[in-house]
Design a protein around this ligand. Structure first.
Ligand code: NAD
Ligand code: UDP
Length: 321
């Protein structure tokens, strides 16, 4: 007999997933973490392996999974452009087959299921900031499409399972999130700039560095996801979870240099194809419906993230995780 909630987290050994595992264990739940370690690592959850309510399972979500759970956080999917573009066909399969498999599981065991969707469903947005009602401006045939369209199709599947089978769904549109346990080589801007600054290497600005992003610290994000999961059943989303503080990529580089005291120089590199020019969440819905808003300022979150990478780079086994 299970008195505690049983929760499945797919992609639980990844950056965001590992924090979710931690917080949900703290809340008293039983946690099953299913991951194929494509971009996540055992090291991210090493501190949880001896926890009596934690179970780590090697599993590829493109295949069905049979477990008995009450809630599913569906986080599995490579998230950084270089990882999701490494094998684009597999990226689309991961989003779509994963959604079909996890929704099927949720239907069978009557679990509530949350999808880690993304601001990428808005593409290179023509509406700014982006509210949930905006349908987006996504190129269906470009190098980012495997991720963007895979995530859009997953949202479609979630809403069709909800309408057709009355599944309890929660769709979170996550905006750029950063923090400790990002992979140092995954090419995302925050980890790239911090690692470059700490090593005294050039800081690579793509394009003119005037494109914008809004960066959410991982603690805030995880609190938002858990709030959405715990919200009443009629709240399905999609709902934006992100920090509305908007910065140019150049401003981010300057803050990283300032906080690390690095002597690194800014250098300019070509802008990748279809790189969105601006991105900022409208979070009115999250504020009103979930009573959620981010609390961590960029400067404070960067300071914690820099401390994490600094410790990692000074370890002798420095190749990470
Ligand atoms: P991450 O790459 O660190 O985590 C993804 C995890 O999924 C990894 O542990 C990876 O091994 C696992 N995974 C990938 N393919 C799998 C498969 N076929 N089977 C099982 N596991 C698989 O990335 P993250 O930043 O922690 O992102 C987590 C989720 O949040 C992703 O779905 C991502 O699309 C979404 N998201 C993240 C951000 C962000 O800024 N970090 C923004 C929007 C959406
Ligand atoms: N970027 C950059 N230098 C880097 C890595 C990224 O200028 O070394 C830029 C990238 O072109 C984009 C922004 O930073 O405009 C955010 O990139 P990231 O890959 O982190 O996320 P996404 O583009 O998916 O929002």
């Amino acid at each position: 007999m299970h008195l505690e909630r049983r929760i499945l987290i797919t992609g639980g050994a990844g950056f965001i997933g590992s924090f979710l595992c931690e917080r949900l264990l703290e809340s008293g739940a039983n946690v099953i973490c299913a991951d194929n370690f494509f971009t996540g690592t055992r090291t991210n959850v090493a501190h949880l392996l001896n926890h009596p309510r934690f179970e780590l399972m090697r599993h590829d979500v493109c295949f069905p999974l049979y477990v008995e759970v009450d809630e599913i956080y569906n986080m599995a999917c490579p998230a950084s452009p270089i990882h999701y573009q490494f094998d684009p066909v597999q990226t689309t399969k991961t989003s779509v087959h994963d959604a079909i498999n996890m929704l099927g599981l949720a239907k069978r065991v009557k679990a509530k299921i949350l999808q880690a969707s993304t601001s990428e469903v808005y593409g290179d947005p023509a509406v700014h900031p982006q509210p949930e009602e905006y349908w987006g401006n996504v190129n269906p045939i470009g190098p980012r499409s495997c991720y963007d369209e895979g995530k859009r199709c997953a949202e479609t599947l979630f809403f069709d399972y909800h309408r057709q089978h009355q599944l309890r769904i929660k769709v979170a549109r996550i905006f750029n999130t950063y923090g400790p346990r990002m992979h140092p080589n995954d090419g995302r801007v925050v980890s790239n700039f911090i690692v470059q600054a700490l090593k005294g290497e050039d800081i690579t600005l793509y394009g003119d560095g005037q494109q914008t992003r809004s960066f959410c610290y991982v603690d805030d994000l995880v609190r938002g996801l858990m709030g959405l999961m715990d919200s009443p059943d009629h709240i399905t989303g999609p709902i934006n979870i992100g920090n509305p503080g908007e910065f140019t990529i150049r401003q981010l580089a300057e803050q990283v240099i300032d906080l690390t005291g690095s002597k690194s120089q800014l250098v300019f590199r070509p802008l990748p194809q279809d790189d969105p020019k601006q991105r900022q969440p409208n979070i009115e819905k999250a504020r009103e419906i979930l009573n959620w808003e981010p609390k961590v300022q960029l400067r404070d979150g960067l300071t914690k993230t820099i401390a994490y990478f600094d410790a990692m780079l000074s370890r002798p086994d420095q190749d990470k995780k």
